[in-house]
Write a protein that binds this ligand. Structure first.
Ligand code: CLN
Length: 146
């Protein structure tokens, strides 16, 4: 579990993401599709788009915003996030058929993109965000199994 202090470090770094949620969300999805091509096949809306079409797609940007906004909601709960994660786990496992490993992939990509975009995202900020995403993924996994 994470301490109050660790969650506050996460939220301080995340405030930079909240200042451009669509831009960062878009960058995360584009990087995910480039680095882990298999994840693209999960998206009926995106799987037939070329790399150039993905880059300019307003739908990718809109979905990036949805993903970032959900993470913002989850992180602000500082671990008391079961009510947010349960529907997310159900849709991603049953409806979208997403392997849980994909959440580990997007977690790595989120930290990478943040490190590129945020000037003062130091080692402690990175460690705290990494840990928060691990808690998020682990807790989604609990609902995947039930
Ligand atoms: Fe996702 C839809 C949040 C990771 C694949 N995703 C949604 C919705 C979110 C959401 C809110 C809309 C409501 C719903 O269906 O439920 N996704 C997140 C968050 C994360 C996330 C937060 C992690 C940071 N999602 C993933 C991946 C997975 C995936 C692990 C593939 C690669 S990254 N998500 C989907 C798909 C949809 C979706 C296929 C449906 C998109 C659509 O057609 O509208």
């Amino acid at each position: 579990a994470m301490s109050e202090g660790e969650w506050n470090v996460v939220l301080k770094a995340w405030a930079h993401v909240e200042s451009d949620p669509a831009g960062i969300g878009q960058a995360v999805l584009l990087r995910l599709f480039a680095d882990h091509k298999e994840t693209l096949s999960s998206f009926p809306k995106f799987k037939n788009l070329s790399p150039a079409e993905l880059q300019s797609s307003g739908d990718v940007r809109a979905h990036g915003l949805i993903v970032v906004n959900k993470l913002t909601e989850v992180f602000k709960k500082k671990g008391e996030h079961a009510n947010s994660l349960k529907p997310l786990a159900e849709s991603h496992s049953k409806k979208h058929k997403i392997p849980i490993q994909y959440f580990e992939m997007i977690s790595d990509v989120i930290v990478k993109v943040m490190a590129e975009k945020i000037a003062d995202f130091g080692a402690d900020g990175q460690a705290a965000v990494r840990k928060a995403l691990k808690v998020f993924t682990t807790d989604i996994g609990i609902f995947y199994e039930s």
